[in-house]
Design a protein. Structure first.
Length: 276
């Protein structure tokens, strides 16, 4: 990237919560690469809230829906350009129609969803979106869509429909418990169910960051690895669902909460989408 624009700096600021000048310096150092810039900010100890698993979205409506038998669930974003459109009743209804169509047809991905007929209109979902673009005058798109199935699926839509979550449970008939866990996922944004589910490249990156931070703090190089591994354990506690403090009872982990409710109960899968 040749020049770092004000829009680039503002985008990184929104993603990380860091100051404007820090973001600009990081982007310059990273030669415009946003992932590298985020890593640079973290290594320098800046306040960074990495939106893991969230794709960039300007405005829109996020919705999670579950089938009547609670075996399947869908979650999606219908994007638009302005908050004014995102709050419009017709737009909200359109987004819910798309989600209902996805759920009733068991669409597994965006491509399949876009090809489905919507509400017997004779037009596909994608054709209806194109039609709405002409009416509204803004770009609309389904930027993210997920489908899950489990013994019981529970959804949670945070008020305002900017964040939603789905959770799959190993045991049926646990809707209230599932809602608590789905709320946990929406609030705490875990990267995986437990440490076994954390991608290898993310683990390596966390260790590298921990080493760099230790060295910058003046720690001997031979201790940097131990310090980094200690930070990795903290990362697991903060960023994996089962090891997180349960938001309703902070003295327990989510795993402990589930075991207390039912020894056989666990989370098989989860999805979270958010517009920030």
């Amino acid at each position: 990237m040749g020049n770092i624009t004000a829009a680039d700096v503002n985008k990184l600021r929104k993603q990380t919560g860091s100051g404007m000048m820090d973001c600009k310096k990081a982007l310059v150092e990273a030669e415009g690469d946003f992932d590298k810039a985020i890593e640079i900010l973290r290594k320098k100890g800046q306040k960074v809230a990495a939106k893991r698993g969230d794709r960039e979205a300007a405005e829109g409506y996020v919705v999670a829906k579950v089938s009547d038998d609670a075996k399947n669930g869908v979650i999606l974003i219908l994007n638009c350009e302005t908050d004014f459109v995102a709050k419009n009743d017709a737009f909200v209804s359109f987004a819910n129609d798309i989600a209902n169509t996805a759920l009733s047809n068991g669409a597994k991905d965006v491509a399949e969803l876009n090809g489905l007929s919507l509400n017997g209109s004779g037009l596909t979902v994608q054709e209806n979106i194109t039609e709405q673009i002409g009416k509204i005058g803004e770009k609309l798109e389904i930027s993210e869509y997920q489908f899950i199935t489990a013994s019981e699926v529970v959804g949670y839509n945070h008020p305002g429909n900017k964040t939603a979550a789905l959770v799959g449970l190993s045991v049926s008939g646990k809707a209230d418990i599932g809602r608590d866990v789905a709320m946990q996922i929406a609030a705490m944004n875990p990267v995986a169910i437990d440490q076994d589910g954390v991608p290898k490249d993310l683990i390596e990156k966390e260790i590298e960051i921990g080493k760099d931070q230790a060295i910058q703090q003046g720690k001997p190089a031979e201790l940097a690895e131990k310090i980094a591994l200690g930070k990795l354990n903290k990362f697991y506690k903060e960023s994996t669902l089962m090891n997180q403090e349960f938001i309703k009872e902070s003295k327990k982990t989510v795993a402990q909460y589930l075991k207390e409710q039912d020894p056989d109960l666990t989370v098989t899968e989860f999805k979270r989408i958010s517009i920030q």
